[in-house]
Design a protein around this ligand. Structure first.
Ligand code: TXA
Ligand code: MG
Length: 311
């Protein structure tokens, strides 16, 4: 992807003023603002209709900038060396004298951070003097955006500028690992857990429902296209959309597939855009065939289970 410096300048100008701008990343598009500014951070929550207790991820380009905001430990350096920039988010202890807005963290003593790989957001981060707080650029509980058109669909003119970056190459959010104590996965994502285990060479815990503690039940529904979803479907009704992992031979009008060959990586990349396509085709419900539960299939199943809570 070629970087357009004129576009980056436009985004910078708005961000410097405390406005929000949508930015591309290799995982999903983000709705970005200056993480050091209370006003910019508050705007993100309002635009996204996000409950204020749900903290934001902050995006960096340089480790020297991160050092000003977070306590870095041995596990962090090991993973950083091998995986960054890339689709992984680390939860670390916030430094007492960090300038991160308290609205970004909701006054927590920890901060979720990542080093995105997409050249356009990296080009932008190079030009600005602050890190970018950016949740996924979608309305709360809905599907994340993997293209500028998706962002437009959710926000229309409410966002002043969308920095173009083409389709997100991974199409699923980053994997979140809490590194403050024993390494613990908080969200499955575009990076497989096995890669983290291999590098850390120690046990990695998994706690995917820690949010329940903060807000019982409120975040159970997520990643929803706004349609009922039936999982592990064996038959597809004539009036519902059928979603398959692999292109089938008997492809009917209401059949959609995530990958021609059945590749889970390809399917991960196409998941959100295919669900959006189904929604636009006016089907009233979706029946998904069983998706294998290994590799990125685990993340796909995690997203589908949360989306299937829509009623
Ligand atoms: O791939 C991604 O991670 C994308 C791109 C834009 O970077 N961002 C993203 O952000 O998915 P968002 O806000 O949609 O999801 C961030 C998740 C939320 O579930 C939030 O609860 C969790 O990160 N989070 C943020 N700060 C945290 C913290 N200090 N401790 C634990 N979880 C945290
Ligand atoms: Mg999100």
């Amino acid at each position: 992807m070629k970087i357009n410096l004129v576009n980056i300048k436009k985004a910078k100008k708005l961000l410097d003023k405390g406005d929000c701008v949508a930015v591309p990343t290799e995982t999903v598009y983000g709705l970005a603002g200056n993480a050091y500014s209370d006003n910019a951070s508050k705007k993100i929550f309002i635009l996204k209709k996000r409950p204020k207790y749900n903290p934001l991820i902050v995006h960096y380009r340089y480790i020297r900038c991160l050092k000003k905001d977070c306590e870095l430990n041995h596990d962090f350096f090991k993973l950083y060396k091998k995986l960054c920039p890339g689709p992984v988010t680390f939860v670390l202890n916030l430094k007492k004298d960090s300038r991160i807005s308290r609205f970004v963290t909701n006054n927590k003593s920890s901060l979720a951070i990542r080093f995105p790989k997409h050249p356009v957001i990296r080009g932008l981060l190079k030009k600005i003097e602050y890190p970018l707080a950016a949740p996924s650029a979608n309305l709360t509980t809905r599907l994340s955006a993997v293209s500028s058109a998706d962002v437009k669909e959710d926000f229309g003119k409410k966002i002043k500028y969308i920095l173009e970056g083409g389709k997100s190459s991974l199409g699923l959010e980053s994997t979140i690992i809490d590194l403050r104590n024993k390494p613990t996965i908080l969200r499955l994502g575009a990076l497989e857990i096995s890669s983290l285990k291999k590098i850390l060479k120690k046990k990695v815990l998994i706690d995917l429902n820690s949010k329940k503690v903060q807000a019982p039940g409120q975040l159970k529904l997520h990643y929803s296209p706004g349609l009922p979803i039936r999982l592990n479907a064996k038959n597809i009704g004539d009036n519902e959309a059928g979603l398959f992992l692999k292109k089938t031979k008997k492809l009917r009008k209401n059949y959609f597939y995530l990958s021609k060959s059945g590749s889970l990586n390809q399917a991960a990349k196409n998941l959100y855009s295919t669900l959006r396509k189904i929604k636009k085709s006016k089907y009233k419900s979706i029946a998904v065939e069983k998706i294998p539960n290994f590799g990125l299939g685990k993340t796909i199943n995690d997203r589908l289970i949360r989306a299937s809570r829509y009623q």
